[in-house]
Design a protein around this ligand. Structure first.
Ligand SMILES: Nc1ncnc2c1ncn2[C@@H]1O[C@H](COP(=O)(O)OP(=O)(O)OP(=O)(O)O)[C@@H](O)[C@H]1O
Ligand SMILES: [Mg+2]
Length: 326
């Protein structure tokens, strides 16, 4: 099937389940979004909501027991599932690149930073080794590493966590991708470094005009980087809206709960209200809205049937309370 060519990345009705000893566990249930060129979408959700699984599926990096049972992912109108491995390799890194959560684990400890950066460049570009080294040094400078040419000789263990993450950003940007997928890129870092790295990603994104999917469990991080926010819960989009509107006027009770329990980005706060209860375990969900057991506004209808995404004024909300407004 061909996809609309307008958005740079489009996820349509994506269903993914895992085959496990307990049977087939649904992890993503009909996720859809369209990412326009130059825009940043934040995908926000609690642990286990399916954020990483969705990111891995975009680059066809899912583990073997994962199964895409329905839906498609299109890059510039091409259905990624239909590409050959060779075509996909050109897209991975070159057109769509990813930053993973743990920077230290993503770098190879036995290769210097320079070797890793030049390898990425040489694998995709027809340039000499000397040119690759020059470009690698420029990339390190761009991500704020002082004395870049010298630091190319160093190994990852000689870099702090924040600096390793800067290197990962440099690697992800090395081939000027159209789309950057950043999976919790600042979670492993302390709060001040988090803010610096977020500013850096946002600045580089704005300069280059690339699009980005920014995955985070932290709504404050989403507020700092995103144009649009998609709130994921138990593998379903519960709310999607332009960032400003979502923060000013969250419509879904889950988003309202997340915002109430939000600590300011640069502060550690001990006492915040939390949403009582836990998200459902995959495979154990009953009929009805997955948030119903935790929702302060739950009604009989919510327990019986899962609401669709109601659309109103460019926003989408999966809640029966919005039915009358849509
Ligand atoms: N290889 C696997 N086999 C079976 N289940 C898996 C596998 N990988 C992930 N899952 C399940 O898929 C669900 C979604 O996982 P995912 O890693 O996408 O969550 P996440 O939203 O990224 O969470 P976190 O914030 O902790 O990173 C979880 O319930 C997880 O247990
Ligand atoms: Mg994850």
């Amino acid at each position: 099937m061909t996809c609309s060519s307008e958005p740079i990345l489009e996820v349509r009705n994506l269903h993914i389940d895992f085959t496990t000893e307990e049977g087939r566990l649904p992890v993503l249930c009909g996720l859809s979004y369209a990412l326009p060129k130059g825009r940043v979408l934040a995908v926000v959700g609690e642990s286990g909501s399916g954020k990483t699984v969705h990111a891995l599926s975009v680059l066809r990096l899912l583990p073997p027991n994962a199964h895409v049972s329905e839906g498609e992912i299109c890059y510039k109108g091409q259905n990624l599932a239909l590409l050959s491995e060779g075509e996909l390799r050109r897209i991975r890194g070159g057109k769509i690149s990813m930053i993973f959560q743990d920077p230290a684990a993503s770098l190879n400890p036995v290769l210097t930073i320079g070797q890793q950066l030049t390898e990425t460049l040489l694998a995709h570009r027809k340039i000499s080794k000397e040119e690759a080294r020059r470009q690698a040094a420029r990339l390190l400078e761009k991500v704020g590493i002082v004395g870049a040419a010298k630091r190319l000789e160093e190994y990852p263990f000689q870099f702090s966590g924040g600096m390793c993450q800067r290197v990962m950003i440099a690697m992800a940007l090395a081939l000027s991708p159209d789309v950057l997928i950043a999976d919790e890129p600042t979670t492993a870092l302390d709060v001040t470094v988090q803010a610096q790295i977020l500013r850096l990603i946002k600045q580089l994104q704005a300069e280059s005009g690339m699009s980005a999917v920014f995955i985070t469990h932290n709504l404050a991080v989403a507020a700092a980087v995103a144009d649009e926010v998609l709130v994921l819960y138990a593998g379903r989009c519960m709310e999607q809206a332009p960032a400003e509107q979502l923060f000013k006027n969250p419509l879904h009770p889950y988003t309202q709960g997340l915002l109430n329990s939000l600590a300011p980005l640069h502060q550690k706060v001990d006492e915040l209200p939390v949403i009582a209860g836990h998200p459902p375990v995959p495979g154990k969900t009953q009929a009805g809205c997955p948030f119903a057991p935790r929702c302060p506004f739950v009604s009989e209808k919510c327990r019986k049937s899962c609401p669709p995404l109601f659309e109103e004024n460019g926003r989408k909300t999966r809640c029966w309370l919005r039915e009358v407004h849509a």
